[in-house]
Ligand binder design. Structure first.
Ligand SMILES: Cc1cc2nc3c(=O)[nH]c(=O)nc-3n(C[C@H](O)[C@H](O)[C@H](O)COP(=O)(O)OP(=O)(O)OC[C@H]3O[C@@H](n4cnc5c(N)ncnc54)[C@H](O)[C@@H]3O)c2cc1C
Length: 456
């Protein structure tokens, strides 16, 4: 009898989604064996800053644990440390521009990521170090670094992948897990366009002293994810874990410092206003930090919350390095964008598919992007269990139908909330918006039901 050849799956992109898929395909090897290869354009795992905190929710945690081997699950606590009991509250709080509470959805505090994974209602999150999660997921994965995919060619028997260095690879299934600017998506679905919000976002990680976060927590109902919305379409977000980091370099050695992600968003058109033109160069991080502080002073009233936000931005260290092997945090203005995978009618399922941000970049406001990239990996690996050279299209179709529907809902929900938060409202509009949010908050807490979360 002729032996069936082991099919090859190539994953382009070693981000959270691509790496989770790699593990899932290897984990399922006893049920269906694939020759799995994974490529990334970066020259090393540390070549680019992978930082900032992200929120892993119950369905992201569940898919992650289902996909990775137990040896890697044992290391998850390095990236997703257990919440510090009675000290940390992992959830969301939203205030107005002066710190009055608008929304604090009910959530269940969990003891670890495994408990979060067992919850059926999506009202719990664990704040996670994104860079450390990627590091944990890289274990035992033979990523081929420095391989930038530029295009592919489909033949009757498979797919050739072409790399910038002139090399090429052949496979049976190609998975583009290559992020928002995915060349795989651009070739497969040229009509699937990026939606631009007209919002600028600037993100960085800082080491915040305890007294500063204490002010945010006690005076402004701060939770792990603390957000404030303003009158002029600007929002400020702080995401932190209350786990002290090493202090050698910090001013006050007697005080604890916590790694904290801060981001500030505002309508991009404000950058164009003639008299506001202050010198900002995205290749000069120091000028970007000055620009953020200028914007905060311009758009926010003088008050204690504004002071806390400014003090957090004072901590932003605009490092630069010419050494490509060193990771640093490129503080720059970025565009807020998303991709709705149902915004194109024609989506032909074939040997080439997409996963994660490549298919459905999601605005970060509800913390869904990475969770869905990880869930995609689980759904695709499950669909590929039925792979054969005759029915591969139906496997891909089954995955893509589910992936597109689930993610379109999440992208549009996030888009709705993001637009609501970043629409300039002025004083009258602000009264309406804030009162509406307070009513929603009362209803959610009365029924102990988080409307923002996905159930199931
Ligand atoms: C400020 C901010 C906060 C966020 N907060 C949350 C949160 O709280 N919760 C949440 O779930 N999500 C959050 N997200 C979203 C989350 O980070 C992304 O959705 C997630 O990282 C997507 O994973 P991915 O694997 O699809 O893509 P990526 O992480 O973008 O990985 C893509 C990989 O592909 C590689 N690549 C790109 N092009 C090529 C090429 N041509 N050839 C080879 N390799 C290539 C890249 O080097 C990269 O390693 C946030 C995002 C931002 C910006």
């Amino acid at each position: 009898m002729q032996q069936q050849k082991v099919p090859t799956v190539i994953i382009i992109g070693a981000g959270l989604g691509g790496l989770t898929l790699y593990h899932a395909l290897i984990k399922n090897k006893d049920k269906k064996e694939f020759n799995v290869k994974i490529f990334d354009r970066e020259f090393s795992p540390q070549a680019r800053w992978q930082g900032y905190h992200i929120a892993i929710n119950n369905f992201g945690a569940r898919s992650l644990i289902n996909c990775i081997p137990s040896s890697i699950a044992l290391n998850l606590s390095k990236a997703i440390p257990n919440p510090v009991l009675n000290v940390e509250y992992h959830g969301l709080s939203l205030t107005d521009h002066t710190g009055n509470l608008l929304l604090r959805p009910p959530d269940k505090q969990v003891k670890d990521v495994f408990e979060a994974a067992n919850l059926s209602v999506g009202s719990s999150i664990i704040i996670t170090y994104r860079d450390k999660l990627r590091h944990v997921l890289l274990e035992n994965v033979p990523v081929q670094w420095g391989k930038k995919c530029i295009s592919y060619e489909e033949t009757d028997d498979g797919v050739w992948i072409l790399f910038e260095d002139g090399s090429k690879e052949f496979c049976d299934i190609l998975v583009g897990a290559d992020g928002i600017n995915s060349p795989v998506r651009k070739q497969k679905l040229p009509k699937l366009q990026i939606f631009d919000y007209g919002i600028t976002i600037i993100v960085t990680d800082v080491a915040a002293p305890k007294n500063l976060l204490d002010r945010l927590i006690t005076k402004f109902n701060g939770k792990g994810v603390t957000q404030s919305v303003g009158l002029n379409g600007e929002t400020s977000v702080t995401i932190f874990r209350l786990i002290p980091i090493e202090q050698e370099n910090y001013e006050n050695k007697n005080e604890s410092y916590y790694r904290t992600t801060i981001f500030f968003e505002y309508p991009s058109k404000l950058d164009d206003v003639e008299h506001d033109k202050i010198k900002v160069d995205d290749n000069d991080p120091a000028s970007v930090v000055d620009h953020v502080k200028y914007m905060i002073r311009k758009l926010r009233p003088e008050c204690e919350l504004t002071n806390v936000i400014l003090e957090l931005w004072d901590l932003a260290v605009p490092k630069t390095t010419s050494d490509p092997s060193k990771t640093y945090n490129p503080i720059r203005r970025r565009k807020m964008q998303d991709i709705d995978p149902l915004s194109v009618n024609t989506w032909t399922s074939n040997r080439i598919t997409l996963l994660g941000d490549a298919a459905h970049t999601t605005s970060p406001v509800l913390g869904l992007g990475a969770n869905n990239a990880i869930e995609d990996a689980e759904v695709l690996s499950r669909a590929l269990l039925n792979y054969s050279s005759e029915n591969y299209i139906s496997c891909i179709k089954e995955y893509e139908n589910e992936m597109r529907k689930r993610n379109s809902t999440e992208v549009l929900k996030s888009r709705f909330v993001e637009i609501r938060n970043t629409t300039p409202v002025g004083y009258i509009g602000c009264l309406f918006r804030n009162n509406l949010l307070r009513i929603i908050n009362t209803i959610m807490n009365f029924f102990n039901y988080n409307l923002l979360a996905r159930n199931g």
